[in-house]
Design a protein around this ligand. Structure first.
Ligand code: PAF
Length: 297
């Protein structure tokens, strides 16, 4: 649904590095209180999940920049780069409505002037990327880390906002910022869900009505595991096994992984002590959905 544009001040639309740099210089003055610049990196096709990050930034920072860039470096050869939704006018209207100050919409030829193969890449540690989504999307997290590092360097935010929905991505970015001593704070935003529990995602639009009706099962399985393990009615492995067999029995659904992991290292957990994250990825036909719940004692 297109949201009505209430705001009269439209965000600046910045395409070149030069335009962004000139705008950024004007924001240099900091003062007490709020951070100067908050940043929400996106690939567009904005939804309530993105907007909740934008609202957090608008509240906490003097200026908010949203980047919209469908980053080719993070897509595999057989993935959905070409068909990824790009509703730019709608995204701009949503940014205006949400009080965004500037939209950074870089061009691939300026981001990767010598092509994707001739760029210095950020390679996150294998322990974070060899499992879960990384197993099914080789090179994906290096593509994400590289573009996010470039965007941080261009936008120079004090705070950057990422959703917990992409938990492995969020973890990779936290580690990158820490390991490379990047001068900013990464802020987590809670996963925003449809009324039936399906996590909001730009890819939900690909689902057929039948797949859409079935998709909330992911959150149902995750919350069952969270409850069973927290209450001690099942061990992690019993509960995960039950979840796996439920998802594997669904017609048209192909389970990629369902795992309970440590919230920081993403290593598999056998026993629940204080916290864990339960992560799932499954294909509904061609549409790959991911979700997770963070469980605390
Ligand atoms: O989560 C996303 O939309 C993308 O992976 C990101 C962080 C904008 C990098 O392209």
């Amino acid at each position: 649904m297109i949201m009505p544009v209430k705001s009269t001040t439209h965000p600046l639309f910045l395409e070149s590095f030069d335009e962004l740099s000139r705008w950024r210089q004007d924001q240099a003055a900091t003062g007490p209180g709020k951070a100067a610049v908050g940043f929400v990196p996106t690939m567009g096709a904005l939804h309530e999940g993105h907007l909740s990050l934008v609202h957090q930034s608008v509240k906490e920072c003097r200026k908010t920049v949203v980047s919209i860039f469908v980053n080719p470096l993070q897509f595999g050869a057989n993935e959905d780069l070409d068909r990824y939704p790009r509703p730019l006018d709608r995204d701009m209207a949503m940014c205006a409505e949400a009080g965004v100050d500037a939209i950074f919409h870089p061009l691939a030829r300026e981001m990767y002037p010598h092509g994707q193969d001739l760029i210095t890449k950020v390679v996150p540690p294998e322990t974070l990327t060899e499992r879960l989504c990384g197993l099914f999307r080789p090179g994906h997290f290096s593509g994400v880390a590289t573009v996010v590092a470039k965007l941080f360097s261009l936008v120079q935010p004090q705070r950057a906002y990422f959703g917990e929905k992409d938990y492995q991505q969020l973890t990779v970015i936290h580690h990158m910022v820490r390991d490379l001593n990047l001068p900013l704070e990464v802020v987590n935003g809670a996963t925003i869900r449809e009324r039936d529990g399906l996590a909001m995602s730009s890819r939900n639009v690909y689902l057929t009505p039948e797949q859409r009706a079935l998709a909330p099962v992911l959150y149902e399985v995750l919350t069952n595991i969270a409850n069973e393990v927290r209450n001690g009615t099942k061990s992690i492995s019993q509960s995960i096994e039950a979840g796996r067999s439920r998802l594997s029995s669904l017609p048209g659904v192909s389970l990629q992984y369902l795992e309970a992991c440590d919230v920081d290292s993403l290593q598999p957990l056998e026993r629940f002590t204080n916290s864990m994250v339960v992560l799932v990825a499954a294909k509904f036909g061609d549409v790959r959905l991911i979700d997770n719940v963070i469980v605390r004692a």
